[in-house]
Design a protein around this ligand. Sequence first.
Ligand code: BEZ
Ligand code: FE
Length: 290
Amino acid sequence: MNTAIQNAETALTDTVVAAFARTPDPRLRQLMQSLVRHLHAFVADVEPSEAEWMAAIRYLTETGQMCDGAVRQEFILLSDTLGVSMLVDAINHRKPDQATESTVFGPFYIAGMPERAAGENMALTPGEPALVHGHVRDTEGRPLAGALLDVWQTAANGMYSGQDPAQPHGNLRGRYRSGEDGSFAIRTILPVSYPIPGDGPVGRMMAATGRHIYRPAHLHFMIDAPGHQQLVTHLFNAGDPYLASDAVFGVKPALVLEYSRQSADSPLARQHGFDTDFHEGRYDFVLSRA
Ligand code: BEZ
Ligand code: FE
């Protein structure tokens, strides 16, 4: 490209950046000017044809049209599959070393799910029985009593209640409180790996780029304790085949939980009312100060 043409293209970027120079809100000014610079740099880098640019506009339009204002949020899914959600999460949750790491929130949380007693079974549909238990502590190792653990996972068919009309209200969801010693116990079924919604623009992008749409099996947590930072995280099943290729890049080694087999006649089975063998996972959450 000759220098005069290149200069004209650079000058255009400078003109657009300058057009935002008088934005009264300094943060909005920074956001808009940086967005213009990066967007122009991307276009200058890939030099799209006009047909390609129209295809990109159509893609974003269809992404918006796929959202239903309730369960389906295709833009979050796009942010997740491009790794942007995890980058935003990392920037906003820089924690002390001892604190449990956060991960992506995902689109399937539902507020106001049943309050459950310690050890109560939140699985109303079949699966491999499991117990997930441990403690909630602060970064000095002190127990956090009365912490609220809001928990959700898919059924054995890989779908969340709320997403799958066949599941009863509150299935595999619940709000548990830690006891005086910070302990919690969740009776459930072993999480399974499942595909993120693949029937929209995000699914097309994943297929066209040779990526799969699976998430490794996990249990979601949102944990609140007074005076401490909220923790949004998952516990992933050790050994899951998708741990190294999570479609939304949410896996962190410290969040991988090894389950062990417990027999129906173990003291733990008696304590928690299991009459079959089950999977036991133990995990201690550490919350940092607000
Ligand atoms: C989830 O784990 O629920 C989830 C996270 C990101 C995208 C889709 C699903
Ligand atoms: Fe999930």
